[in-house]
Design a protein around this ligand. Structure first.
Ligand SMILES: NC(=O)c1ccc[n+]([C@@H]2O[C@H](COP(=O)([O-])OP(=O)(O)OC[C@H]3O[C@@H](n4cnc5c(N)ncnc54)[C@H](OP(=O)(O)O)[C@@H]3O)[C@@H](O)[C@H]2O)c1
Length: 482
């Protein structure tokens, strides 16, 4: 990609920049995907050399080689986004006057508006006919509720065209999440089954062993699990699972279909949500403290660290199919997956009264496990199809078996980090994997309807409040254990 591109990161000394953004840029630079200049901006006084030294010290060993090769393209500008950004404008022009510029707001959300306003005041967002492009990446959270998300969209639209705005959700940069889309729309064999006639239920889980991350408690305490994870990442996954096939790969065509699904989600009418907060407990033989004892958490906190939700999608494809979403911290195991559970056969021929027998909602006895299609997002990026096979021998006894695909086995090595893919797309002007204004508002519209059910305590290291099992009422099965 020529000519060079300037990436301006606001929040250059922050955690996200060091852990995700700079490694992603190094990956792009190393692969020759783009000719880049990185300009870091934050309030603290630093020279270019000081900034480079700081980044070098924060990088994992594996990135050091790429850093040494790239460091000459790294610069620093001291600046406050709540003030005048003329100094930044001059420095950018001195480094390259007529180049494309990506402004990445890796800032606290209350700084998004002042940052964009002051960028506009400094003439840095103007993109008239023939001007080099100007784009702004906005980190999450995008708003705290529907009203604030709408207000933020409104302000941004005064200063930027929608096609200049890139609202990031890093889950969309993950290979397996993108593979949801590819898998569904490149393989005709599943499409006839992908509906209420054949699917019993869909579970989406993001389970974490970690508690609240160091230094993030104050932020987390204001949002909780519903706003931090379910409203954005998990609803995005749901949209990809449930959307109608787009007629092309045009970004707006794809995003239209996602918005249609998000607008069709309704909560289960009776008690659709379970909220929990971890107390002290044991994980992997280690005793850990409860959420309220974590540094930075308020004594009167009402933030949930666990949320489980049952919803339905009211359209012809999905009507009546439960979508069960669950996210929790301090659970026994770290895994994220989508599990599509198919209906059992209408007549049970095999093992009707075997050891494993259970009664189905329609009264039939069944020892067959339903077929599952599981898309694992992390820690493995994999896909498996569970089915039953006959155990060798004289009887007709069935046992579970699996067809499995693993990204690493098939393609080797690590897949590219999510931020690398998303940064490249933003540099190339492809908004497909970023959230459009109406998409983010539709997600908040749903999240706002989730009423605050009472907060139930669960011990760290358990699977969360047992009450969450009630969300399976009338369905076959229970929550996946990964
Ligand atoms: N960290 C993560 O894992 C993560 C994950 C997902 C999303 N995010 C989102 O990413 C954003 C950044 O998070 P973070 O964890 O990196 O935050 P952070 O570690 O607190 O860093 C904030 C950065 O902003 C700079 N800053 C603060 N006020 C400023 C101002 N007025 N003008 C210019 N720079 C200013 C700070 O440097 P100075 O104090 O020197 O100005 C610092 O570099 C947030 O929106 C967060 O929600 C973070």
């Amino acid at each position: 990609m020529n000519p060079p591109i300037q990436i301006v990161i606001f929040g250059a000394s922050g955690d996200l920049t060091a852990r995700k953004l700079v490694p992603a840029l190094l990956g792009l630079a190393q692969k020759g995907s783009a000719d880049l200049q990185l300009i870091g901006v934050a309030r603290r006084p630093l020279t270019d050399t000081g900034f480079r030294a700081q980044l070098r010290g924060q990088l994992p060993e594996a990135d050091r080689g790429a850093f040494e090769a790239f460091q000459g393209c790294i610069h620093y500008v001291q600046g406050d986004v709540e003030g005048d950004l003329e100094g930044l404008a001059k420095r950018l022009d001195a480094l390259g006057p007529s180049v494309g510029r990506l402004f990445y707001l890796s800032l606290r959300p209350n700084l998004f508006v002042p940052a964009v306003e002051n960028l506009a005041c400094a003439g840095l967002l103007a993109q008239e006919n023939g001007d080099p492009w100007r784009r702004v990446v906005i980190e999450k959270p995008f708003g705290w509720d529907l009203a604030s998300a709408r207000a933020l969209n409104h302000t941004l639209h005064r200063l930027l065209r929608e096609e200049q705005i890139y609202r990031i959700d890093h889950y969309l940069g993950k290979e397996t999440v993108q593979n949801l889309f590819a898998f569904r729309f490149n393989n005709a064999i599943f499409e006839p089954l992908w509906n209420r006639h054949h699917i019993e239920l869909v579970q989406i889980t993001v389970a974490e062993e970690l508690g609240v991350e160091r230094g993030r408690a104050a932020y987390y305490d204001t949002v909780g699990a519903l706003r931090d994870m379910l409203q954005n990442h998990m609803l995005q996954i749901l949209a990809l699972v449930a959307m109608e096939p787009p007629s092309s790969l045009d970004p707006e065509t794809i995003r239209d279909q996602k918005v249609n699904v998000l607008k069709s989600i309704r909560l289960w009418p009776s008690e659709p949500c379970v909220r929990g907060r971890y107390g002290p407990g044991d994980i992997g033989g280690q005793t850990v403290k409860g959420y309220l004892q974590e540094d930075g958490v308020g004594a009167d906190s009402d933030a949930e660290t666990y949320v489980a939700l049952r919803a339905e999608i009211v359209n012809w494809r999905w009507s009546g199919v439960p979508f069960l979403l669950r996210h929790g911290k301090r659970l026994p195991k770290r895994f994220s997956e989508v599990r599509v559970q198919f209906k059992v056969p209408p007549i049970q021929l095999f093992d009707r009264f075997g050891e494993d027998a259970r009664t189905l909602p329609d009264g039939l006895t069944c020892s067959l496990r339903p077929n599952h299609l599981t898309l694992s997002i992390q820690p493995r990026e994999a896909l498996s199809l569970g089915f039953g096979v006959k155990v060798p021998g004289s009887g007709m006894t069935m046992a579970p078996a699996e067809l499995a695909f693993d990204y690493r086995d098939r393609f080797g090595g690590q897949t590219a980090p999510a931020y690398e893919r998303l940064l490249l797309d933003a540099l190339q002007g492809d908004p497909t994997l970023f959230l459009r204004d109406d998409e983010v508002e539709a997600s908040w519209q749903l999240a706002d309807t989730v009423c605050k059910s009472p907060l139930l305590e669960y011990p760290a290291g358990s699977w969360g409040p047992p009450e969450a099992e009630n969300l399976f009422h009338g369905c076959e099965g229970g929550w996946s254990r990964g």
